[in-house]
Design a protein around this ligand. Structure first.
Ligand SMILES: [Zn+2]
Length: 483
C-alpha cells in the first residue's frame, strides 16, 4: 500500500517482503547525524530509531505514528532517512486579541510538534491585551489584560475579557514545548501595538495620557516614546521579568505597524534624533530597536523583528528579520547583504486568519520559501512561519479549523524547501492522514473547504470583508503612510 507521510520524508527505502515486528528495539541519539536528521527502520525483527538529537528521535516517532495510523498491525518493512531543508519552521499564535486557554494552546502545540514544526512564536501582547502575569509591573496584567468590550471587526459585545497566563502556566507551557522539541519565541511588540501596555503605564508614551485597552482592531497612534530614558529603563526591566520565564535563544521585539505621528511632534523624540544624528523617524525606530537588541544580546539572546523595523536602514545585522509584507523597496535585501538573516512569512501564503476562500490550502503550500531577490542576497534565509492572528477568532473550533491543515502544509514547506512534490501530492497525503487530527482531537477544516471553488471563495471573501468598514480601511491607509 501507498503510505502517506507529512512532511514528506526525503528518502523512503523499501525493505524485505512481509510485515515488520511492531516493537521498538532501540532508540538512540547518534552524534554523527545532523541535529534534526533521523533514521527509522521497520524490520522483521523490530523497529530501530536513530536521530541526531532527542528531538530528531521524536521526529522519527512522529513518522512512525503516521505509519501505524494507516497500517495498523500490518507494518511494512522500510527505512526512512530524513532531515529538514530549513532549520526554522515556526508557528505563531496570537493569544492577545482573544485569549487562548492554556489547555487549548497545548493541544495546538502538540499538533504542531507532530508535524515537526519546531518553534512556537508566542504573541501575548498587543493593543487589545497584555496576557502574561508580570512580577515587576503588575499593572500590565491588572489593567493591561482587561479589555472592556469586543468591537473587533463587525463584532459588537460589551463583555469584558480579563484573562492572562499566570507565571506558573507560562513555565508549564515552556516546559511542555521543551519536551516536544519545540523552542518558544516570546514576542513583545515594540514600539507599536502597545495600547494595553500604555493603558497600564501611560508615562512611557509620547503623550503620557491615560488610554483604555483597545476594543477595536487596527493600528493605533499611541506608541512607546524613544525620547525618554525612562522608556528604555522600563523596557529593560520588563525584559528581565520575561527572560526569567523564557530561557530560549530567541526574543521577538516586533517593530511592525508603528505610526510615528506622535514621535514627529514629541520634543523629546526630536531631541533624541538631533543628539543621535538620526535623519528620519524610521531611523529613530532603528535606533530604538538596536538599543533593545543590544540589551537582549548582552543577555545572550538573538533578536527577531518584523520587516518594517529594517526600513531605517540602520538595523543591527545580527537581528533576524521576519518578512511579512511585500517589501517593495527591498530593504530586507539590503539587510541581508550586510549579513542579515530572515524568516519568510508572507501574508498571502502564511496568514491563516483569512478564510480558505482568500488563503487556500494550496496557497499555503505554494509559498516561495526562497524569494528570488532575497536568495541572491546570500544564504541567510532560515526558514518559514505560519501564523494565526485572532482579531476574528473567538472560539477554539474556528482557531483549529483555520490552522489545520494549513499549518501542516507550512510544516512541509519548511521541511522540504523548494524540493516539494507539489500540492496535489500533499493534498492526497493529507486526506490519508485525517485520522491524525481525530487522534489529537483537532477540528480540521473539511476536505471540500481546502481549496474553495470561485463562487464559494467570493462568498467567503465578501463575508470576511464585512469586518472592515470603508472608514476602517481609510484609517489603516492613513496609518500606513506614517509607519
Ligand atoms: Zn516621544
Amino acid at each position: 500500500m501507498q503510505i502517506s507521510m507529512i512532511p514528506e520524508p526525503k528518502k523512503i527505502l523499501a525493505g524485505e517482503e512481509g510485515y515488520a515486528d511492531p516493537a521498538i528495539r532501540e532508540k538512540k541519539v547518534n552524534p554523527d547525524m545532523g541535529g534534526e536528521e533521523y533514521r527509522l527502520q521497520l524490520k522483521k525483527d523490530g523497529i530501530w530509531i536513530e536521530g541526531g538529537s532527542e528531538t530528531a528521535c521524536l521526529y522519527a516517532e512522529a513518522t512512525l505514528e503516521q505509519i501505524r495510523l494507516q497500517c495498523k498491525d500490518e507494518l511494512p518493512c522500510l527505512t526512512v532517512e530524513d532531515g529538514p531543508e530549513h532549520s526554522w519552521r515556526s508557528f505563531h499564535i496570537d493569544c492577545a486579541r482573544h485569549f487562548i486557554p492554556a489547555e487549548e494552546l497545548k493541544k495546538m502545540i502538540r499538533m504542531s510538534a507532530h508535524f515537526k514544526l519546531n518553534k512556537f512564536h508566542w504573541h501575548f501582547s498587543d493593543d487589545q491585551g497584555w496576557r502574561i502575569e508580570c512580577k515587576r509591573f503588575p499593572l500590565l496584567h491588572e489593567i493591561g489584560a482587561v479589555r472592556r468590550g469586543d468591537h473587533m471587526g463587525n463584532y459588537d459585545s460589551d463583555e469584558t475579557e480579563d484573562r492572562y497566563y499566570t507565571r506558573e502556566q507560562v513555565r508549564e507551557i515552556v516546559a511542555f514545548c521543551g519536551e516536544l522539541g519545540v523552542e518558544v519565541i516570546p514576542e513583545v511588540d515594540m514600539p507599536g501595538h502597545v495600547t494595553a501596555v500604555l493603558a497600564a503605564y501611560p508615562q512611557y508614551g509620547c503623550r503620557g495620557e491615560r488610554i483604555p485597552v483597545e476594543t477595536q482592531a487596527g493600528i493605533f497612534r499611541d506608541i512607546l516614546c524613544p525620547g525618554k530614558e525612562e522608556t528604555f529603563a522600563f523596557i529593560e526591566q520588563l525584559l528581565d521579568d520575561l527572560l526569567e520565564l523564557f530561557p530560549g535563544n530567541y526574543f521577538h521585539i516586533g517593530g511592525d505597524e508603528a505610526p510615528k505621528e506622535y514621535w514627529s511632534s514629541c520634543p523629546l523624540c526630536r531631541k533624541r534624533m538631533k543628539e543621535e544624528g538620526l535623519e528620519t523617524l524610521q531611523q529613530l525606530q532603528g535606533y530604538m530597536e538596536n538599543r533593545i537588541t543590544a540589551y537582549l544580546k548582552s543577555k545572550g539572546r538573538t533578536v527577531i523583528v518584523w520587516n518594517e523595523a529594517a526600513y531605517g536602514g540602520n538595523l543591527d545585522p545580527d537581528t533576524i528579520v521576519q518578512l511579512w509584507t511585500d517589501d517593495k523597496e527591498n530593504r530586507l535585501g539590503e539587510h541581508m547583504e550586510r549579513g542579515g538573516r530572515a524568516v519568510i512569512s508572507i501574508v498571502k501564503n502564511c496568514y491563516c486568519d483569512y478564510p480558505y476562500g482568500i488563503t487556500s490550502l494550496r496557497d499555503v503550500y505554494e509559498l516561495e520559501d526562497c524569494p528570488e531577490g532575497l536568495a541572491k542576497a546570500g544564504n541567510g534565509i532560515l526558514g518559514t512561519e505560519c501564523l494565526i492572528w485572532t482579531e476574528h477568532v473567538r472560539d477554539v473550533k474556528r482557531l483549529e479549523t483555520f490552522c489545520w491543515p494549513r499549518f501542516a502544509a507550512s510544516a512541509e514547506v519548511g521541511w522540504r524547501g523548494q524540493d516539494r512534490s507539489g500540492y496535489l501530492s500533499f493534498e492526497a497525503r493529507m486526506k490519508a492522514l485525517l485520522p491524525v487530527f481525530e487522534k489529537y482531537g483537532i477540528h480540521a477544516e473539511k476536505v471540500s473547504g481546502w481549496v474553495p471553488a470561485q463562487e464559494e471563495a467570493d462568498r467567503q471573501k465578501a463575508e470576511f470583508e464585512k469586518n472592515f468598514s470603508a472608514e476602517d480601511r481609510q484609517e489603516v491607509e492613513k496609518m500606513q503612510e506614517i509607519i
